[in-house]
Design a protein around this ligand. Sequence first.
Ligand code: BES
Ligand code: MN
Ligand code: ZN
Length: 463
Amino acid sequence: MKFQICESIEELEAEAVVIGIPEGAERCDQRFAAAAAPLFESGDLPLKPLETLILPGKQKIVFIGISRTGDSEAWRRAASTAVRRLKKAKSIAFAGGDLRAMAEGALVGSFSVETYKTNNHSPAVERVVFVGGEPRALEQGAVIGESINWARALINEPSNRKPPREIAERAREMAGSVGLTVDVLEEKEIRELKMGALLGVSQGSDEPPRVVVLRYMGDSGSPDILAYVGKGITFDSGGISLKSADGMEKMKYDMAGGATVMAALRTLALFRARVNCVAVVPLAENMPSGRAQRPGDVVQSMSGKTIEIINTDAEGRLVLADGLAYARKLGATHIVDIATLTGAARIALGPYRVGVMGNQQPFTDSFLAAAKRAGEKMWQMPLDDEYRDMIKSSVADMANSGGRFAGMITAAKFLQEFVADTPWVHVDIAGIAWNDEEKPYLPKGPSGVGMRTLVEFGCSGGL
Ligand code: BES
Ligand code: MN
Ligand code: ZN
């Protein structure tokens, strides 16, 4: 997709011109006033948010309803919706709105999940023109949109095509292209580091584990290092505690957190953000086999703490335990982890809000503020000490499952054991990372949620 800024609304050259009409508006801007007037007269305008009205012609005029909030998210969704509605136009123009958000939205809207259809000739918008605005804003929006799509493509990839080795390769390629430092730990090193929790998960699979480390050092004057740790389960069958067949195919998205932190580092590097940030992605495939770990097994994590495996399907917290400990070993002074960690997050918050928990309120607050600025809806859940009791084990330091109740919180409580007193935020995206129901601005499939917040937080010096 190519972007362009032109000087005035008169010189717009595109097959379709998209005009945002705010909810409750009574008229529209000069150049299109004449076309719009009778539609306001007849009550066809204004529109509900994201509704479109297309006037045919040599140059189509497309009205789209903009939510009353009028915030950047409203424009992002409008641009995405327009690109999805107007697939057959080679070029479209936007006659106003928030440039950065719209460039981002146009890219997010152009993402296709149809990679493996052999007759995949579906048309797509190639050129997007804006009227006026800062080239810098356009460029930032484009980088964010591309990063989100980079993550989504990896999340959408079938698990037979993205074992841990392959994800490490993709990380390497991406890192090379944007100037990030990359380090991939292979099985031998993972053993030497005594990452017993990660190894326990991966031992049932024929695919060896990996840990990807990406480094961006953009603030040499600062002693702070922000670590983003992302869950990288390339397929979650549940292991011996096997999941039911229904919907299991979707468990290819269990590495969404990992893809998201890598995409965030990509963006920070291209932005030349003033921050020191490392991404740590523990990668494994959770499979049942004659070598798989069993309920009742005890593993020792890199931190030294022992874990009784109650349920092999609670594998995300196991790989993250070693990921978090490794982030601290790398010198992280602040940690954010992001993961498709619990079904309980979906039960508690549904498909609309991401669950957030943390160990130091000011740090959590500044993360939530970044989410708000980024236009991603999140919600803090409690993390009281009492919940620690739910993951007590009679044989080891802790159990990897706290049972049915407060599942999102007990998972976070487990992770907290591995961050000591480093300021830390845990982000559970299990409910949102995969979009189950098509929306005007988002197809079914990977959403890329969290990327924008991680970038906003990294750029904002929120530490
Ligand atoms: N990857 C799943 C969580 C998940 C479920 C993500 C549905 C997206 C959609 C995770 O590894 C898992 O299986 N969690 C278990 C934990 C339980 C066994 C303590 C869960 O939530 O059921
Ligand atoms: Mn699982
Ligand atoms: Zn999982």
